[in-house]
Design a protein around this ligand. Structure first.
Ligand SMILES: Cc1cc2nc3c(=O)[nH]c(=O)nc-3n(C[C@H](O)[C@H](O)[C@H](O)COP(=O)(O)O)c2cc1C
Length: 446
């Protein structure tokens, strides 16, 4: 893995010459995590502008006009989500930052939290003002200990400097943050499970509706967004919605943090304008594959893989293009799959992850994801699979789609379905010969 400093070096984009590195500008810069450093390059000016020159409704309108879509995976329009909050009733309202980042292939939020925590805090402050919440919850993945330490230090500094607390930044606005370490499970990143986990309950997802805006943390109106979404808000307020919306494509605006992992020369996190191509990301920035590749996962392990073709590499990385190609942009976590990798083994590795991380609350996930799917993979990889097993597995992943309580089962089913769609011959080879087409490299043995 290249260093963060190296991966975030200033770059331009072939796709859009107006693009400038924005979110990751100070990631990898020594000492950038302190309040002094943040303020030295204009930090908290956007929050001051929002709190003193705009009404909460105007901040929401500006974020709507920017076209920002949530960066946690689903791409829901951020300003629209904020506008779902009911009018204040005098009780507590919450703004929540989802910093649980546990999906394989996704690691963009981590370096923002570690190296530029004030950018995230400033985004939360602006968002809290917009939805009229005086309390924020920053839920950080339990294993991200360095991020936790940096965030706690940043919150302490901000409180001491009057950036958080009563009458923040010399205004009449109150806003404070609670930093909460996650419970060490991928399911804790699902927004309703996260709220349960924060409240000290088991991280089972809640039924929706009611949505968090109606009944969120402790049953109170809550808005929850991803780390990168909050960081983006700072620049939208600072430079204006029009500046932000000028970058990107019709349905996907602004800049985005993409991640590249797998056998490439320079794996890491790269910021690009929305709509730049996979080719630009994988070849120009990540240096291209170190060995022949046969597929890539476009947006974190939950998104369906695409075969390694010129047409797919030239696809723009935006929400509409990914949907048209039958996949999703997700978190922008690109995983390159080499020719030499056994697809069945790779999918078994992935299925084991989802099986382990499922909360077990609903039957499709508990029986399908956590029990039968891994067993079927074990049978196949032991050389005991039949043609009927393949059909059964395909049917099983079809039935997992949309039938579980939360999207975790879909997240497991979609990549497996795509592997059958594009690489069924590897499954058939295993059934026909009892051995994989390519040697197994995963450390899990069936
Ligand atoms: C199993 C599962 C795990 C998730 N993990 C995360 C996560 O780690 N970070 C995140 O921002 N969103 C995660 N999400 C999506 C959140 O539920 C939610 O959509 C997101 O935090 C909303 O933020 P956004 O609108 O800014 O994208 C996850 C969803 C599921 C189903």
């Amino acid at each position: 893995m290249s260093t963060v400093a190296e991966s975030s070096r200033p770059i331009t984009s072939r796709f859009d010459p107006r693009f400038e590195v924005t979110l990751y500008r100070y990631v990898g810069v020594e000492g950038a995590h302190t309040l002094d450093a943040y303020r030295a390059h204009g930090g908290y000016a956007a929050a001051t502008k929002a709190l003193t020159e705009r009404t909460p409704a105007q901040v929401i309108d500006e974020v709507k006009a920017s076209g920002l879509r949530g960066r946690g995976g689903a791409g829901f329009p951020t300003g629209l989500k904020w506008s779902f909050m009911p009018p204040p009733d005098g009780g507590q309202r919450f703004i929540v930052c989802n910093a649980d980042e546990s999906e394989p292939g996704s690691f963009k939020d981590r370096y923002l939290l570690e190296d530029d925590p004030h950018q995230v805090i400033e985004g939360m402050l602006i968002a809290g003002y917009a939805i009229q919440a005086t309390l924020g919850v920053l839920y950080v993945r339990g294993e991200y200990y360095r991020a936790y330490e940096r965030l706690q230090a940043a919150i302490d500094e901000a409180r001491a400097a009057g950036v958080l607390g009563t009458g923040v930044l010399g205004t009449g606005v109150d806003f404070d943050l609670i930093l909460h370490r996650g419970a060490g499970a991928y399911i804790c990143g699902e927004e309703t499970a996260l709220m349960n986990s924060f409240e000290g309950l088991r991280a089972n997802p809640r039924l929706k509706p009611p949505f968090p805006a109606q009944a969120g943390v402790y049953g109170r109106p809550t808005t929850i967004n991803n780390v990168e979404s909050f960081a983006s808000v700072v620049h939208i307020i600072d430079k204006g919605a029009a500046w932000y919306a000028a970058m990107g494509t019709d349905d996907s605006k602004g800049t985005k943090l993409y991640q590249v992992s797998g056998p490439v020369h320079r794996p890491g996190v790269y910021e690009l304008p929305m709509g730049a191509s996979f080719r630009e990301l994988i070849y120009d920035l990540a240096g291209g594959p170190t060995e022949p590749a046969k597929a890539f996962i476009p947006g974190g392990s939950s998104t369906p893989m695409l075969p390694w073709t010129d047409a797919n590499l030239d696809l723009p990385m935006d929400y509409a293009s990914m949907a048209k190609a039958g996949t999703m942009l997700g978190t922008g976590g690109v995983i390159v799959i080499p020719e030499s990798k056994c697809i069945v083994d790779a999918m078994y590795n992935l299925v084991r992850f989802y099986a382990h991380e499922s909360c077990g609350k609903c039957t499709p996930c508990r029986e399908g994801v956590s029990t039968w799917l891994p067993k079927m993979f074990q049978k196949l990889l032991a050389g005991l699979g039949t043609c009927e097993d393949l059909s059964l597995m395909e049917e099983m992943v079809r039935h997992l789609r949309g039938t579980a309580f939360c999207p975790l089962a879909d997240a497991c089913a979609m990549p497996v379905a795509a592997s059958f769609q594009h690489f069924r011959s590897e499954y058939e080879h295993l059934v026909d010969t009892g051995t994989p087409l390519h040697p197994r490299t995963s450390r899990w043995v069936a």
